[in-house]
Design a protein around this ligand. Sequence first.
Ligand SMILES: Cc1cc2nc3c(=O)[nH]c(=O)nc-3n(C[C@H](O)[C@H](O)[C@H](O)COP(=O)(O)OP(=O)(O)OC[C@H]3O[C@@H](n4cnc5c(N)ncnc54)[C@H](O)[C@@H]3O)c2cc1C
Ligand code: FES
Length: 341
Amino acid sequence: MSFTVKIRGRDDVLSVEMGQTILEAALAAGLPYPHGCRSGNCGACKSELVSGEIEMSPYSDYALSKAEKDLGLILACRAVPWSDAEVVWLDPSDTVAHPIRHMTCRVTGLDQATHDIRIVRMAVEAGGPFDFSAGQYAQVAFDGLPGRDYSMANRPSEDELEFHIRLTPGGAVSPYVAERLSVGETVKVVGPYGASHWRGNHRGPVLAGAGGSGLAPIKSIVEEALAGGAKQPIHLYIGVRAERDVYLEDHFTALAERHENLEVTVVLSEPDGATGRRTGFLADAIAEDFQTLDGCKAYLAGPPVMVESVTQKLKALGVRRQDCHADAFYTEAEKARLEGA
Ligand SMILES: Cc1cc2nc3c(=O)[nH]c(=O)nc-3n(C[C@H](O)[C@H](O)[C@H](O)COP(=O)(O)OP(=O)(O)OC[C@H]3O[C@@H](n4cnc5c(N)ncnc54)[C@H](O)[C@@H]3O)c2cc1C
Ligand code: FES
């Protein structure tokens, strides 16, 4: 049995199987439904339920507050229809619509960026062209392993794809990338996905915050902004644990030398000893540096705890919820915890 879900303002009518979420049905149909984490944590798939009945599986308050729920908003990634329904996207003009490609890629380069992050470069061999917006991600499947979400670190116009993959001990995929992946292997890449992409029409200041391998989408966004001639201040904050986790610093320093509107700050949360760098949590460093960020757009990526703490501080500094674009790197463990909540 299936239900019909209409998307107001678009021609698309989805057929949603019993037990399937609206987002699952949309993505299966190749519809670029705005979304991020697909696990009820980011709020990027927030939509208004115009009519019909849905049931929502667990999600975080950050993604959808009680007040928003009472106003009739839903999360498409959590919403399972129980009748035919109609929904409307919150800001269709803010949505990018690249075709979803199923590609075969070949690994062309591997670099050890830190003790636990590998930079993987790939060429698209079949299924392209791969159009995406800076900040988006793809589902990447190595050597028959399950697909995992990894953000593109290259600019969309560049030929080679670049991914920064951090080792998660005990994981199904990243240990393979850390220990066994080699140049020449073929990889399945499906995408692009995600709503946390660069908005080039915004003229106000930009705050870009990266935690660990969250630098991947933030690198793509910052480079795309500068290549497109963005003149507004771009404050790039890179948060890592200790000195050995810092990477691509020379790259960003060189970029800042060429673009006076780019300012780069590295913050260590667990320095090994005395250090000349900023220390503490990223959220606190940002709060120390600004009295207000009203009119600013923020792009954040990295561990969920960092993304949530920075988002809270940004809210207090005047950044509007719709100007805060975040990809929290949820792992299977974190998704399972939420499911059990
Ligand atoms: C939008 C998005 C973009 C991302 N971009 C990047 C990126 O650019 N770079 C990057 O490094 N990462 C990124 N990630 C994270 C990435 O997708 C993977 O989650 C990460 O690499 C871990 O994958 P894994 O297969 O190695 O570990 P997993 O198999 O996901 O396991 C992670 C941990 O969970 C445990 N676990 C597994 N299954 C369960 C379960 N059912 N219950 C409880 N515990 C379980 C494992 O033992 C392990 O400790 C992104 C995530 C998202 C959502
Ligand atoms: S809350 Fe639905 S995609 Fe993130």
